[in-house]
Design a protein around this ligand. Structure first.
Ligand SMILES: [Zn+2]
Length: 320
């Protein structure tokens, strides 16, 4: 790839993975570094490793700092974007008001931006992905939790304090299961990864450990949402029931989004969406049946095209 200041360093700082990449302004990934976040080791350790990995990416690919026009870090958690501060994160223990933008800019000498990962992903879908050219859409990431990024008129809608888009914490079922935010019955607590894992464990209590091991090859407390998806896709009835219930609630959440925003498109991303049609198709059906007829009939509901690169491409899009 031709060296130019049109390259950016994009970072996806999640609770499990720390991915960094050199990306062109056209979304072409020139080099990638994949590390485990080791979130339990706290912000200082992670920042040291991040700076080190950025240095290695530049050096190993024979770039210099002059070739890089900026760094953008997409963080799993709430960010004060104007000041570049990670205010807190359920996925990154010990991160409280960390001035990440300032620290990284000082240590690398490169201008730096910090934003929330789901907002970055929404911009990534707009610039490089499934919603290219779509000016009004909502990006929904269903993973361990559920996050949303709202694009109105081609711009990310952040709200008065930058806190908009928390679709996962709209309350769907009064007195429903406890959510990571402290409330009960949030969409996230009914349809995302932790909900699927909680429900399968509840159901498997009635099943013998031998039978659980036969279906999953592991103990009930080790089963992930991905495992439940796989079992459902292979026809396991209990797994199918859990996925079907989660899909129903996702559908209700999508219907609410359709009624509030009347978007041209909803883009679904995140690990749990990879469970596939068995989860996504009934959710779309429920959404279309539940939302008002006109917006439900026009909205396109599609899956992300960027896959695991959504975070870094989103970060790159934010500064391109
Ligand atoms: Zn919640």
């Amino acid at each position: 790839m031709k060296k130019s200041a049109e390259l950016v360093l994009a970072v996806d700082l999640g609770g499990t993975k720390l991915r960094s990449a050199v990306v062109s302004k056209y979304g072409k990934i020139a080099a990638v570094s994949n590390l485990k976040t080791e979130a339990e080791k706290g912000p200082e350790y992670i920042i040291d490793r991040l700076v080190e990995s950025l240095g290695t990416l530049i050096a190993e690919n024979q770039f210099s700092n002059k070739d890089i026009s900026g760094i953008c870090i997409a963080v799993a958690g709430p960010v004060d974007v104007k000041r570049g501060i990670v205010t807190s994160s359920p996925h990154l223990p010990g991160w409280h008001n960390v001035p990440l933008k300032k620290i990284i800019a000082e240590r690398t000498g490169i201008r730096t931006f910090v934003d929330n990962d789901v907002n970055a992903a929404a911009i990534g879908e707009y610039v490089f992905g499934a919603a290219k050219g779509v000016t009004d859409f909502v990006y929904i990431a269903v993973g361990t939790g559920l996050g949303g990024g709202i694009i109105i008129n081609g711009q990310l809608y952040k709200g008065a304090d930058g806190a908009a888009g928390e679709i996962g914490h709209t309350i769907i079922k009064e007195n429903g299961p406890k959510c990571s935010c402290g409330n009960c019955g949030c969409l996230e607590a009914l349809c995302a990864g932790t909900a699927i894992e909680r429900e399968i464990r509840k159901k498997l209590k009635k099943i013998s450990a031998t039978e659980v091991a036969r279906v999953y090859g592991k103990a009930a407390n080790e089963i992930t949402a991905k495992d439940v998806g796989k079992a459902a896709n292979e026809g396991d009835l209990i797994a199918c029931e859990v996925i079907s219930n989660a899909a129903y609630y996702l559908g209700i959440g999508l219907a609410n989004v359709i009624n509030v925003f009347n978007p041209q498109m909803i883009v679904l991303g995140g690990g749990v969406i990879k469970i596939g049609d068995i989860y996504v198709s009934p959710a779309i059906e429920v959404a279309r049946e539940t939302a008002f007829e006109l917006p439900a009939s026009t909205v396109k509901i599609v899956r992300s095209k960027l896959g695991d690169d959504t975070g870094i491409l989103g970060a790159a899009a934010l500064i391109s």
